[in-house]
Ligand binder design. Structure first.
Ligand code: 13P
Ligand code: SF4
Length: 331
């Protein structure tokens, strides 16, 4: 039974809470009473993944948010994901357990600079990764995720020139897979940039039977030695269908929880970062969410994600385009 450990870090509210309550049972009860749904990304801790009503990668979460009938969406992920849910469901209450759960990739694309960059190339179609702020989405023609980026690019007429933002690694990977004319914003995710090729190859030397699988946000040298490259959902599907038994996984370590659950007899090794004091690679933003914070967020219906309606309306257009293209392509 998980119990409430403290009440001091709630920030906006100080309350007396019975410390002997069963948090998971209370969360489940509140979800039923309030018609709330918990959506969680694969990079959440295992205990959160296990209580979420829906877990998935960025594409699946956006698709699910677009069709949920819940009154409250508690988004256990990072700010841009909760924002995407709010953009798609403006009438619903969207809660993010910790408003400090940001994203280094989204931060690497400031709206004012991106606006100027876009103005340099007015003839180009802007495809932005979902890992962006609502302001960037409002400056975008079509959103994509790592699950559908290549298909979104290829869905455009062959002579259409493209700006891809903000992830340089995903952008360069997509560029290597297509003949399209693409220029790329120079942003990156601190987690995926940190994987150490040297340490991955050392592990591979000790485990020659292990396959290396990587998220396309990783740097090119890591992608070049990988046996398979894909979004978190694609990596999970791959290990389930592949006949090998051991994998070195180069993405945030939260996904290992689902891999172990789906394939209990297989071995998964988290690819190590360059900093050798740490054995895994966690996104410090994703890991800000905890069961305690989810409990408090549901109980007090705070912190609530609110946004400017003008930005929301503009940001909704490219997200809906992505959902339409993905639907047509069966993604
Ligand atoms: P996907 O969910 O598209 O695999 O992206 C991974 C990621 O970095 C989410 O923050
Ligand atoms: Fe952002 Fe990277 Fe964390 Fe994903 S893993 S939320 S891209 S910082």
């Amino acid at each position: 039974m998980i119990k409430l450990k403290d009440i001091e870090d709630f920030g906006f509210l100080t309350v007396e809470v019975d410390k002997d309550i069963d948090l998971v049972a209370e969360i489940k009860k509140m979800c039923t009473d309030k018609n709330a749904v918990i959506m969680g990304h694969y990079y959440q801790t295992g205990d959160i993944q296990d209580i979420a009503h829906f877990i998935g990668d960025s594409l699946a979460l956006a698709q699910e948010a677009a069709k949920t009938t819940a009154d409250i969406i508690l988004f256990s992920g990072v700010h841009f994901m909760a924002e995407t849910a709010k953009i798609l469901c403006p009438e619903k209450k969207v809660l993010l357990p910790d408003m400090k759960a940001g994203c280094s990739l989204a931060d690497s694309c400031p709206p004012e600079e991106f606006k100027k960059f876009r103005e340099l190339y007015p003839e180009r179609t802007v495809i932005s990764y979902v890992n962006t702020t609502a302001e960037i989405k409002a400056l975008t023609d079509i959103i994509c995720t790592s699950s559908n980026a290549l298909q979104i690019v290829n869905s455009l007429p062959e002579n259409e020139k493209i700006i891809f933002a903000p992830d340089r690694n995903l952008g360069n990977y997509i560029k290597s897979q297509t003949e399209r004319d693409i220029i790329i914003w120079d942003g990156a995710c601190h987690v995926h940039e940190e994987f150490s090729l040297e340490r991955i190859l050392e592990i591979k030397k000790d485990n020659p039977d292990a396959k290396i699988i990587a998220h396309p946000e990783c740097q090119k040298p890591v992608l070049l030695v990988s046996d398979f490259i894909g979004s978190t959902a694609a990596l999970l599907k791959y290990v389930q269908n592949d006949k090998e038994n051991k994998y070195i996984v180069a993405t945030e370590s939260g996904i290992l929880h689902q891999m172990i659950k789906a394939c209990p007899d297989k071995t998964f090794i988290a690819a190590p970062p360059k900093d050798s004091t740490c054995g895994c690679n966690d996104c410090n933003f994703m890991k800000l969410n905890t069961i305690e914070k989810i409990y408090k967020a549901l109980k007090y219906e705070q912190p609530e994600l609110l946004m400017d309606e003008d930005i929301r309306k503009k940001a909704e257009i490219p997200i809906r385009k992505m959902l339409q293209i993905s639907f047509k392509l069966g993604l």
